[in-house]
Design a protein around this ligand. Structure first.
Ligand code: ADP
Ligand code: MG
Length: 364
């Protein structure tokens, strides 16, 4: 344990991102009811027209404050620079950090974490065109490729030996799948706790990455696996959590000539759609009857609330997601939640539920 780790109980930043209306919503005349003020870091529910005013209840016209607010015009680069870059810097200093994307299905969690996808569910940027990638991440690239790029730029400039490894896990119905695994060995992996190693997943593929360009072929490989899962399991993409982890080992020498090993880990988590849990943070009846209890999403909410409220007992052990992330949440480790919403009136109930949840996760 590092000095001062005990005193700092929690380190959670909450950002809110609102996506623009899509083409279909624009065509059907969907009304915008979310207004973002990036300077005031405030999100308000407002009726911009009389038609919208007639559908919004007085009790729904609320406002919420966050640590950061990204409106419809915010770019992928802005989101990375202002919330993720400082976290990657912590990881490069040898800490374990986590970024979560939380929100209703269709609000931009995957867009924020991975980047734009096309109809075929592939990444839109051309992975064969590595010359372009060398110069700059494409504008549509999300947090994962940008973090990798940032890490390699840092490492190439320092006098040290280093290794970068990535893993990509998916959690569906409390079952773990390795998105980078060798065919046949990737399903239903087990979590173990070891006094020396800490928590680990047996058999998990940890792929060494030697350059930033390699990340795009790794993401492509995972997309292929995910497409298979999608066809086999009902509503897979909205019910599964994906956890992309980057582990960095840096061996530096002190001026006295001693070796100093720094190990940092970054978890980038695209959570299951928040419509899978009810407003009160409990599973709603309909979901329960359908057998869709999302133990991990419910437990994550409880873990974050317990950390923020300084409870003596944190229920990490109640779900696979929180067991996996136990060593990266709390203490000196930085956690960031990017909550995503859409601006349309027809999603207002879900949007309010996300805003409430995200507000509760803020530091007090
Ligand atoms: P989720 O992962 O939360 O279900 P997606 O990331 O798949 O949602 O986003 C749904 C759709 O909206 C996608 O077509 C995506 O490209 C688009 N989208 C999401 N966020 C934005 C944004 N900030 N700007 C433009 N398009 C977006
Ligand atoms: Mg998604």
């Amino acid at each position: 344990k590092r000095a001062g780790e005990e005193e700092k109980a929690v380190n959670v930043q909450v950002a809110l991102r609102c996506r623009p209306l899509n083409k279909k919503e624009q065509l059907t005349g969907e009304e915008c009811v979310i207004s973002c003020n990036e300077t005031k870091k405030e999100v308000k529910v407002v009726a911009s027209s009389e038609k919208a005013a007639s559908t919004i209840k007085k009790s729904q016209t609320k406002s919420f404050l966050f640590d950061k607010v990204f409106g419809m015009e915010a770019t992928q680069e802005e989101v990375y620079e202002s919330v993720c870059k400082p976290i990657v810097e912590e990881v490069l200093n040898g800490y374990n950090c986590t970024v979560f994307a939380y929100g209703q299905t269709g609000t931009g969690k995957t867009h924020t974490m991975e980047g734009q996808r096309d109809e075929k569910d592939g990444l839109t940027f051309d992975i064969s065109n590595t010359k372009d990638l060398k110069r700059k991440c494409p504008p549509s690239a999300g947090v994962i490729p940008r973090a990798i790029r940032h890490i390699f730029h840092y490492l190439q400039d320092i006098q040290a030996e280093y290794t970068v490894r990535v893993s990509y896990l998916e959690l569906y119905n409390e079952q773990l799948t390795d998105l980078l695994g060798i065919d046949g060995n990737e399903v239903d992996l087990r979590i173990y706790e070891d006094p020396q190693k800490g928590t680990f997943v047996a058999g998990l593929e940890e792929v060494p990455v030697r350059s930033e360009e390699e990340i795009f072929s790794i993401l492509e490989k995972s997309a292929v696996k995910r497409r298979t899962a999608e066809t086999l399991m009902n509503k897979y993409s909205s019910r599964s959590h994906s956890i992309f982890s980057i582990t960095i080992h840096i061996k530096e020498s002190t001026p006295e000539g001693e070796d100093l090993l720094k190990v940092g880990k970054l978890n980038l988590v695209d959570l299951a759609g928040s419509e899978n849990i009810g407003r009160s943070g409990a599973q709603n009846m309909r979901a329960r009857e359908a057998g869709n209890i999302n133990q991990s999403l419910l437990t994550l909410g409880r873990v974050i609330t317990s950390l923020v409220e300084h409870h003596p007992h944190i229920p990490y052990r109640d779900s696979k997601l929180t067991r996996l992330l136990q060593e990266s949440l709390g203490g000196r480790n930085k956690t960031c939640i990017i909550a995503t919403v859409c601006p349309g009136v027809s999603s207002l109930d879900e949007t309010l539920s996300t805003l409430d949840y995200a507000c509760r996760a803020k530091n007090i």
